[in-house]
Structures are given as C-alpha cells and as structure tokens.
Design a binder for this molecule. Sequence first.
Ligand code: FAD
Length: 365
Amino acid sequence: MKIAVIGGGIVGTLAAFLLKRNGFDVKVFERKELGYGSIHAAGLIEPYRFDKINSTSMVIRMASYMIRGSTAISKFDNEWVLSLMKIINENPPAYVWDELKEMGRYSLNFYRELAQEKNDFSFSDKGVAEVYISEESFENAIEEEKLNPLNPKYEVIDHYRFSGGILYPELESLSTEKFIEHIGQELNQNLVIRDVHSFSPTEIDNEKFDMVIISTGFETRKLGIPVTGFSGYGFLVKGEKVNCPIVIADLGVAYNSYEEVSKLTAGFDMGWQINEKRRERLLVLAGKYLDIKDTISSKFGIRPCTPDGFPVVCWKDGYLFLTGNCRLGWSYAPAMAKLAIEAAKGRKDFGFFSRFCSHSGGISL
Ligand SMILES: Cc1cc2nc3c(=O)[nH]c(=O)nc-3n(C[C@H](O)[C@H](O)[C@H](O)COP(=O)(O)OP(=O)(O)OC[C@H]3O[C@@H](n4cnc5c(N)ncnc54)[C@H](O)[C@@H]3O)c2cc1C
C-alpha cells in the first residue's frame, strides 16, 4: 500500500516513520526540511498537561499571560474565537479523556523505547517541573491539578527561586533537533522536498497513492479544519544548567539543558507572522527569571489549535487529516501516527476526533 504524507512537521514525520516501520510504502512531502514546522519546540513530552481551550480557566490564563507580556495578539482570528465562544465550557464525551490518557501513555512509551534502541537525542525521563512566580497561581495550580481528568502523578516541590513547583515524574524530554536528525537517518529516502499545492486523494504530481495524509499543521485551516495559530519562539542558548526541564507556568516559558546547550521557548501569541520585536521582548522577559548568557539561534513556530484544544483525526474529502495538537504536538505525535496506521488498515471512524470533518467541497493548498 502506497501512502503520501503531506507536511513533515512532527506529526507527519512520525506518521511516515511508523507507517514505514509497519511495512507501508511511504513518501513524505515537506516544503522546507524534515521537522521544519516543529523543530523550535521545547521537546517536552507532557501529554498529561493538556489544556482544554474552551474553558473559562484557559481564557483567564491567556488574559494573565497577556498582562505579564508572554502573550500578544498580532492577528485576531474572529472566526476561530467565535467558534470557541459557541462551545465555551462544553465538555467532550467522557470516553475522550480515556482515549487521550491512552494516547499519552502510548506516546511516552514510544519515545522511551526509541531511546532504548539508541539515545542520541538527549532523551530524559527525569520528569518535568512546573514552577510558579506568584504564590497565588502556585496554590491555584495545586487545586486545579486535583481535578485534572488525565490524573497524572505529581509531587509538590520547593524551588529556591520560585514560589514553588509541581514535578510530574512520568513526563519526558528530548532535543527536537537531535530527534529529527535521528528519525531522518531512517526516513531520508522517503522524503521529498516539495511545496505541494494541488493533489487528489489518489494522486500527487501524476504519482498514484492509495492513501493521502494531510498533516500540514496550521495550514490545514485552508482546508476547512478550524485551527488557528498561536505562535512562539525556540532559542538555543548558553545559560544555566537545570537537572530536569522547568516550565515557568505563569509565563508559559520552558527551559531545558542538554549536554552542550540549553533550550528556551516562549510566546503564546495569537497570530502567525514572525515578529522580531516580540522575539527580543520574550527573550528579555525570560531572562528576568533565568540566567541566559548567549543566544546561539532562534526559530519561529506555530501551534495549530482547534477551538477546544483536542486533536483532529478524520477522513474528509477522501484524505486523512492529522492535526490540531496545539501546544502538545510532540507529546501526542506518536499516538497520532498510530491512528494513521489504523486508518491505513481500514479504520473509518475516529469518534469525537472527527468532529470538524464534514465535506468541504474541493481542496487545494
Ligand atoms: C514555542 C513553542 C514551544 C513548543 N513546545 C512544545 C513541547 O515542548 N512539547 C510539545 O508537545 N509541543 C510543543 N509545541 C507545540 C508543537 O510545536 C506543535 O504542536 C507541533 O509543531 C505541531 O506539529 P504538526 O506536525 O501538526 O504541524 P507543524 O509543526 O506546523 O508541521 C506542518 C509541516 O507542514 C509543512 N507544510 C505546510 N504546508 C505544506 C505544503 N503545502 N506542502 C508541503 N509541506 C507543507 C510545514 O513546512 C511544516 O513543516 C511548542 C510550540 C511552540 C510554538
């Protein structure tokens, strides 16, 4: 069976990788380079830190991010905000939480097992610590954690510099740059660098396929999937070393150290254009809480977010769509890839994950 994957961010890359390992004949079409749309990320594998976007508490969190300067609106997406408001505080069917928990468990195992084969991508399973600047947000977070439907293990910890923190010992981290290199060694012969614009469910540039997967992230909005873009930046830096990755939760800033460099990520901006001034401001903001000496490089990225935050996995117009993991694309990508394999084996129905997939009448990127 011959399968095309359009978009080689982390979701498309791992879909292609796992399909290949399961014996399918795969080609991944990526317009820039493997991993391009996802490489900026912090590399935290934290599926149990899911945010239900259509909740009042998330709207309040976004407002407080704005006050602190870690969120800005560079493009107000009216249509998307309207669809969010229409479903504010609605809950998915109860089974969705079990599915999400299982997807998280699968993804955490996938990265661990890949690292057991060869850990050349700085994989660590020391957990992830969320730390809090304000005493009030720390106390609220402890209360909120008790209600987390994904029910992760956690420990309340002291932190000498912050009001306190919550350590999630089951969570993992990796270097996104090294991970893409690792996967590329197995996938390079299946990679075509091409910006694909017109295609059908069975043909791309006169080449026939049995199945076409669309995993173009934020760009899937052009194809009728209601995702908006929340953008941010990933910086490779020389700076202080941390034992396990930390997330400064009041700012949405993540920081991790590898052997030679550290990675800092910041920004949750509504909009999808790179903005040099914002990038500098975010770096200054993070620098108030972290000891950063030098910036080596920076990359821009866009989180593809549905109005409720849940992913999209569905057949639509003859294509399989895989998208919408918002701030957890890396954390759920292996599980999304597993669903792609099930689709290739004939699965038609993805329940709640197909909620945005009615026929759109025509398709072109
Ligand atoms: C600052 C920041 C930090 C983050 N940190 C984390 C983290 O620690 N953990 C985590 O789980 N998630 C994290 N995320 C979220 C994560 O980066 C996204 O969820 C993820 O990138 C989405 O992956 P994707 O493959 O769906 O889409 P994308 O990464 O957007 O990939 C889509 C790909 O499709 C390609 N493409 C688009 N159109 C075409 C076309 N016509 N033809 C060919 N190719 C095309 C693009 O070039 C791109 O490479 C972070 C995001 C940001 C912004």
